[in-house]
Design a protein around this ligand. Structure first.
Ligand code: GRF
Length: 203
């Protein structure tokens, strides 16, 4: 399965996908890394791995539609079959979401539907939840919503700071994203309407 990974920054989830794809027998490869920022550190990770990169900046396009058409064209030209959002910080329009419907996934640092949006770790601490985590989901028009593929929970410890909690969650993100890609690539996860059916549900 050919992946297109969309980033805006650090790219540690991109790195986890690159590493997973390098393992023998992994059923996917990264065909293109696309960033909306030329200074995204993740672009260097892609370069170091010999993966094609593209920068498509919203600033170079007259309006959201033109920006997203340029992204879509780059993804199509690279033969991308599944688009993975990995710290991509621009909201995508309904046009893009529908264009890639069921072929567009995101990783979010909370146990959705809890804490959509930004600052999830601070908000989890503030709410006093005992468990927090991450979610890989299919993208729908509402932000941080859509059929859930994979989740992992971590305990929240009494002495946690935003940083310590974020680190614990990030470790799980790096496990969950490759797993979600593998499940889709191997046909072990199937999108049926607004739910994802996993292997065991398919009998
Ligand atoms: C991750 O926490 C991801 O869940 C969120 O943005 C962060 C991106 O980190 N959507 P990185 O760029 O993958 O290191």
């Amino acid at each position: 399965l050919k992946l297109g990974v969309l980033i805006s920054g650090r790219g540690s989830n991109l790195q986890a996908l690159i590493d997973a794809c390098a393992a023998p027998g992994f059923p996917a490869s990264v065909a293109l890394v696309l960033s909306n920022r030329a200074d995204a550190a993740g672009l260097e990770r892609a370069g170091a791995a010999g993966i094609a990169t593209a920068v498509v900046s919203h600033r170079d396009h007259a309006g959201k539609q033109a920006f997203e058409e340029a992204m879509s064209a780059a993804l199509e030209a690279a033969g991308v079959e599944l688009v993975c959002l990995a710290g991509f910080m621009r909201l995508l329009s309904p046009w893009f979401v529908e264009r890639w419907r069921d072929r567009l996934i995101n990783i979010h640092p909370s146990l959705l539907p809890a804490f959509p949006g930004l600052d999830t770790h601070a908000r989890a601490l503030e709410a006093g939840v005992r468990f927090h985590g991450c979610t890989v989901h299919l993208v729908r028009q509402d932000m941080d919503a859509g059929p859930i593929l994979v989740q992992a929970a971590v305990p929240v410890r009494p002495d946690d700071t935003e940083e310590s909690l974020a680190d614990r969650v990030l470790e799980q993100e790096h496990r969950c994203y490759p797993l979600a890609v593998r499940l889709l690539a191997e046909g072990r996860a199937r999108v049926v309407g607004e739910r994802v059916l996993l292997d065991a549900d398919m009998t």
